[in-house]
Design a protein around this ligand. Sequence first.
Ligand code: N2P
Length: 354
Amino acid sequence: MNASRLRRFAMTAAGVLIASLAASCGKAKPTLHIFIWSDYLSEDVVADFEQKYGCQVVQDIFESNEMLEAKLKAGADDYDIVVPSSYAAGKMYEQGMIQALDKDRLAPTIKNLDARVVKKFPETALDYSIPYMMSYTGIAYLKSKVSDFEPSWKMFERKDLRKRMTLLNDYREVLGAALKYLGYSANTTNEEELRAAAAKVLEWKENAAKFDNEQYKVGIASEEYYLVQGYVGDLLQVQEENEDIEIVIPREGTQLSIDSLAIPTGAKNVDLAYDFINFVHEPANAAKNTEAVLYLCPNKPSYDLLSNEIRENGSIFPDEETLIRSELLRDVDSAQATYNHLWETIKGKDSLDD
Ligand code: N2P
């Protein structure tokens, strides 16, 4: 048999095999499509869910709330679960991108949510989203490369670290850090404060290698970058790869996001999506997930199932002081256009007046 016949034979044989498998198993397995941040879901939890529900889970990754929003706005209708930060979920709900949730179906989950976290959550947010993970933003740096480290956002002014630092590609986190540094709220809607923060970010941009939400992890682990702004769970994940990495929450305070599970309006597998939300909030699964991704799932009964190492890690279980210094990012309503405009300006130019 020549090569091309051999290939055709193999293809036909594979086709027959698939057809007979399909015939013997009845209809194809349902697929749950999830659109989620990277490294945000334990592989074991996914495998257990697939096994229990006889389905397949497919994950697509997004890097920012804006990317998720843009995809849904463009009419992507193949996702069953999405994971926006709480401040973005509100806007998505108002715009009809995600659906109202049936809280009765989620009662086993809702009763397990940590009341301290739900209190921080916008009042009506449970109508359309369920807290999944708490995410802080911090600074990671290489102890052997950065001298005279100060636990402050001011580090981004350090000329000696020029192009060895990265800032997140996340306008609320970057403007939020500059706002905190200047002593303002990370949720301000005051135009003057916002312009001052944007000017500060432009100064930082001079020293930063780039705005980035993904490569910075490998970048600091491989020592290409010496200091990065990052989501703390991601930083903890890379700290496992390089012990020279130290993680701090700057003294001026930081931002907290509650990333939440939501079901898009166009979801095809709504029942499976509800099963998934309840499944990841079963205490044993919530604990497994926290242990794997190093962000905290705010599921109260799961806390007792976590290892001491996790319980005692202040970056996962922040102490009271850090909690007080961190501000939950909220929807900025009327100031949204100003935030967007300033961020576009920052990304495209070197000065606000250009
Ligand atoms: C996961 C990053 C999620 C945090 N890699 C964003 N709030």
